[in-house]
Design a protein around this ligand. Structure first.
Ligand SMILES: Nc1ncnc2c1ncn2[C@@H]1O[C@H](COP(=O)(O)OP(=O)(O)OP(=O)(O)O)[C@@H](O)[C@H]1O
Ligand SMILES: [Mg+2]
Length: 248
């Protein structure tokens, strides 16, 4: 009898769960040594929410995000997207899941130097099922006037916003961001976070953002704290602030 995914979240009965993990562990084998990166994580990502994942370096944040996004599989446990158990999916199925459902934004922007901002975004929309117009994606992150710039002609924050535009242009169900402001100065980071938050609000894209900056938690609907491969706290914000209103 295959395990069934939980249909609804416990706290908000009406809120639909987009991804859920049950008792996932991740063990990396490094020669003789085993690294226990995740030690039994039960976690829901809910439709339309802005979730922030906090935790010290090495606590397992990226490992969890990569498993949620189908970039990796857990060593044990279940990861449900609807009725699909990603923990048991083949490589091809994971690729399909990522292609159809997930947008990623990483610390390093990974833009293609010889393509303009618009072309970098269009690269993704060309292979998507229901993309938005690449120009609209750039407009959403406030960069329509930089569409013809090459990455070298953009600031770091602008490059990261192009990466966000690229991440959302295929209109993914889920946007996963791993330290999107990690390489940026403070005020530029705020602009980038505003762009992500705006996409979440305007498109309703379910969004999870990893960060080292606990202040960012005030922008979130929910905050999940990891320590040593376990979830140690989940909090909900009754009111969430925009990046500009946060006292940093
Ligand atoms: N590919 C890997 N091979 C072996 N060990 C790994 C691998 N990736 C991560 N680890 C280990 O797993 C643990 C969790 O790593 P992870 O990258 O998930 O942490 P993190 O919370 O994202 O940290 P940071 O804030 O520094 O990015 C760490 O101890 C790390 O050294
Ligand atoms: Mg990390």
């Amino acid at each position: 009898m295959p395990l069934q995914p939980p249909a609804i979240a416990s706290i908000f009965p009406s809120m639909e769960v987009v991804l859920s993990t049950q008792q996932i562990t991740k063990v990396y084998q490094m020669g003789e040594v085993q690294v226990h990166a995740l030690r039994g994580v039960d976690f829901d990502l809910r439709q339309g929410e802005f979730l922030v994942l906090l935790g010290a370096s090495g606590s397992g944040k990226s490992t969890l995000l990569n498993i949620l996004g189908g970039l990796d599989r857990p060593s044990a446990g279940q990861v449900f997207h609807g009725k699909t158990n990603l923990a048991e999916a083949t490589d091809d199925e994971l690729t399909q899941f990522r292609r159809q459902h997930v947008g990623f934004v990483f610390q390093m922007y990974n833009l293609i130097p010889r393509l303009t901002a618009l072309e970098n975004v269009a690269l993704v929309t060309d292979v998507s099922d229901h993309p938005m117009d690449p120009m609209r994606a750039l407009t959403l992150v406030g960069l329509s006037e930089r569409a013809d710039h090459f990455p070298a002609e953009l600031s770091g924050g602008e490059q990261q916003r192009v990466a966000i535009a690229r991440g959302i242009a295929k209109q993914p169900e889920i946007l996963l961001c791993d330290e999107p402001t990690g390489a940026l100065d403070f005020s530029t980071g705020i602009m980038v976070l505003e762009a992500i938050s705006q996409v979440n609000r305007q498109l309703g894209t379910t969004t999870a953002v990893i960060t080292h900056n606990a202040s960012i938690a005030q922008m979130a609907d929910r905050v999940v704290r990891l320590a040593d491969g376990k979830i140690i706290e989940v909090t909900e914000n009754r009111t969430k602030l925009s990046a500009r209103d946060i006292r940093w």
